[in-house]
Design a protein around this ligand. Structure first.
Ligand code: EPZ
Length: 417
């Protein structure tokens, strides 16, 4: 099993290019199922989750063509299997995003129930509720969601919980449903907006993406298109935290400035010295950060996917901070690993209280989920000595060649197995 070995204490210096967004690319790949004509996606990140999604679509009969850069062409003309099997779904929850498109185009889908995962139960009741409202008949049995419909019909759906993939599943299904669908209490994440833009390029009629109320008018069929995936705002935030923690001078190109506003604002409040350009973010940090408190919440508030990274920042910042995790019920698993590195963190329910320490001490630690792994890498960059991080397959799901990108900035980091 691969491990990462980091020797802390080096300032990061140089330039890196931010990759395409995992959480925008994954739903767009599923959107290919809605059309008989090929969908070309550009700026797709090279990630384990993307490979898993390509395998899932490929075993359904989608013709996948990859070029040596980062473009993928998905041709769903000859889809012949309407099943998302357990062995693939269990490794990637986002597989649930084939449900809406399969139902909308083929009137049938059988998708393995995505198990809970490290960070929480993560039920899919909102996905089911919304699709039933559009006229799908859905039964659960033997670990599978079995859905059929004689033809989806537009409906007004109010989500009980703000759900990113729940909104995306429903929005995709509604593009081919007869009549109008209104999704109230919709997720407003930039990845939802990017998906809507891609669907509109395919001929869908969608208004209000990015607001709490999305209106979709169904059309008879969608066409192919070529679409460039937005850059990853969580990777952008992760590298911004890395550069400010190590006190380096780093330029992020192809960065997601507009959709990273709340992250940038928090970093500036913490004393980060940032300059913003068009798709460029520069850090020039030469003083210790102040601890920064925050609560996670749906967009446009502070994203849960940046919680672990900012906790790493707070472990070596000046002063005390309080982090409240309101999205997932078990997203503090990085805490016990950060404590092994000498961090001073107390947990009370969904609140973590951190007191900055002058220095972290290197140790062996273990990754538990995608963003927790990132926080351990950040801590390893500043810990005194050699930190080894085990189970970094979690990291590979969401970060493209992280040791190469950080190594290019001068970090002492290497992958071993
Ligand atoms: C998406 O997951 C992201 N994944 C997650 O990123 C991200 O953390 C999350 O949104 C929140 O922003 C992708 O986009 C592929 P939710 P998703 O449905 O859609 C509850 C990463 O690190 N809920 O918005 O699965 C749920 O339990 C990953 O890249 C229900 O109760 O998250 C959670 O408490 C991790 N019923 C809250 O809503 C449902 O039917 C938000 O979940 C659906 C969700």
């Amino acid at each position: 099993m691969d491990k990462l070995v980091l020797s802390g204490g080096k300032k990061l210096n140089g330039e890196i290019r931010i990759s395409g967004s995992k959480n925008a690319a994954l739903p767009m790949m599923c959107a290919a199922l809605l059309a008989k004509r090929p969908l070309e996606l550009k700026n797709v990140p090279h990630l384990r989750d993307v490979t898993t999604m390509l395998s899932l679509l490929g075993q359904m009969g989608v013709e996948v063509t990859l070029d040596e850069q980062s473009s993928v062409v998905l041709d769903a003309l000859n889809v012949n299997t309407l099943v998302a099997p357990y062995d693939l779904v269990k490794t990637m929850r986002a597989s649930i995003l084939v449900l809406g498109p399969l139902l909308a185009r083929f009137g049938e889908a059988k998708v393995s129930l995505p198990g809970g995962c490290a960070i929480g139960q993560r039920p899919v009741d909102q996905h089911i509720k919304g699709l039933r409202a559009l006229g799908a008949r859905i039964v659960m049995g033997r670990g599978y969601i079995k859905a059929t419909t004689k033809g989806l019909k537009g409906a007004n759906v109010t989500m009980d919980v703000v759900s990113v993939t729940g909104t995306e599943n429903l929005m995709m299904a509604a593009t081919l449903a007869e009549g109008q669908t209104i999704i109230d209490n919709a997720a407003r994440e930039p990845e939802v907006v990017d998906l809507a833009r891609c669907l509109i390029n395919m001929g869908a009629q969608i208004k209000g993406a990015g607001t709490k109320k999305i209106i979709v008018r169904g059309v008879n069929e969608l066409s192919g298109t070529s679409y460039t995936v937005m850059s990853d705002r969580i990777e952008t935030g992760t590298f911004l935290v890395a550069a400010t923690m190590t006190g380096g001078k780093v330029r992020l190109i192809n960065a997601n400035v507009n959709t990273s506003k709340v992250i940038i604002d928090k970093l500036i409040q913490a004393g980060a010295n940032l300059e913003m350009g068009n798709e460029v973010l520069s850090v020039n940090q030469n003083r210790r950060l102040n601890a920064i408190s925050f609560c996670t919440a749906p967009f446009p508030n502070f994203p849960t996917d940046m919680q672990a990274q900012f906790m790493a920042l707070n472990t070596v910042a000046t002063g005390k901070s309080c982090i409240e995790e309101n999205i997932f019920e078990n997203r503090f698993m990085h805490v016990q690993e950060l404590r092994r590195l000498g961090a001073n963190i107390t947990i009370k329910g969904n609140v973590a209280l951190i007191e900055g320490v002058p220095k972290l001490e290197a140790a062996k630690v273990m990754a538990t989920d995608l963003r927790a792994s990132a926080s351990l890498v950040l801590a390893g960059l500043v810990a005194d000595g050699e930190t080894t991080i085990d189970r970094i397959y979690h990291l590979d799901r969401g970060y493209e060649r992280i040791e190469e990108k950080l190594g290019n900035l001068g970090a002492r980091i290497k992958r071993t197995n």
